[in-house]
Design a protein around this ligand. Sequence first.
Ligand SMILES: Cc1ncc(COP(=O)(O)O)c(C=O)c1O
Length: 419
Amino acid sequence: MNTGFDVERIRKDFPILSRGLPGGRPLVYLDSGNSAQKPTSVIETMREHLSSHYANVGRAMHTLGAESTEAYEAARDKVAAFIGAPSRDEIVFTKNASEALNLVAYAFGNPMSEDPRFRIGPGDEIVISEMEHHSNIVPWQLLARRTGVTLRWFSVTDDGRLDLSDLDELVTERTKIVSIVHQSNVLGTVNPVAEVLARARRVGALMMLDASQSVPHKPVDVAALGVDFLAFTGHKAAGPSGIGVLWGRGELLEAMPPFLGGGEMIEAVWMDRSTYAPAPHKFEAGTPPIVEAVGLGAAVDYLSGIGMDAIARHEREITGHALDALGEVPGLRVIGPENLDDRGGTVSFTLEGIHPHDVGQILDDAFGVAVRVGHHCARPLHLRFGIPATTRASFYLYTTPAEIDALVRGLHHVRKVFA
Ligand SMILES: Cc1ncc(COP(=O)(O)O)c(C=O)c1O
């Protein structure tokens, strides 16, 4: 298989990929959907920042403070360009995608939100889907408990697609926001954003995308998507953990109340009240994840240097190979789309009669193949398919066909062990 993509050269950028495992097993890392590995440029940029430029940002009137602030704010510029944000002020650094999703949910029904789009109460509705990560379920459940708003959701078809057959009944004049995943972390499904957005716009609802699994893997342009909010997390995009991104349309961020209170998010403070800094700083209380943001800036530089189109093409080839090869394993059932249409490089499956935990254990012990097992923080989706858990292989720009073959060899071995 030739993807026209020099994956061997790319692998050299990721030092961890050349380490071996105890017993001489090679490392076959197929868990990038959980957290991706980091290229040398990210590691070195963070090391360089810590060893030569580090100081707190935004408040120190000295040379290191200025250098550190410049690097932190440059990371914001890079992220804004990476996702096509019309303004750098629309990029809020959070600690992960979960925090970004919570931040938006917190604005609804908040007595400080004067904008009618964020006023919410009994009779109003929020729409999510059955294929969400818990990070895009629980914040809305918490909102529902606080405000009495009703939580509704799209169901999922047998082949792992969003079921839009009741789109018009689900998304109505009562809907305040539709928040769905762009690409499922279990099924790999890429959702039809335009169709859902058109309905949301028709009824005056806002729309948010959880893009944790799409931004790292393919070109994502918020202006072209046309949604209102988008969240993703740095550690799945070849960046460090501890940094996430909320993009929101500028006028909405201005209308939203602060999420956390503290230093740097204020304009002026008296003993009984405060006024707040404009977005994005209004949402970045306290000392932010400085080195992590700088590392994320290096990660998006790295990914852009390779090209998101090229990365998406490579992952498509790898996923096609994986779907073909896994299809040959007796008793294996893919949970999610079995063709390449509108799907990304995450393949979850069950192996008849064998618990995913056993599958994962044997793959690791015998073949050095790292996969994730369990419900992948998407328990309702697993309940929908009537299974407690799946084994998930997830790919990235450094995944090779040989690694897929190692996975498949491992699965044949697992079947033999349990025969
Ligand atoms: C689709 C999706 N949303 C949200 C998250 C949460 O990311 P984080 O744990 O970095 O907040 C994940 C992580 O697995 C994910 O896959």
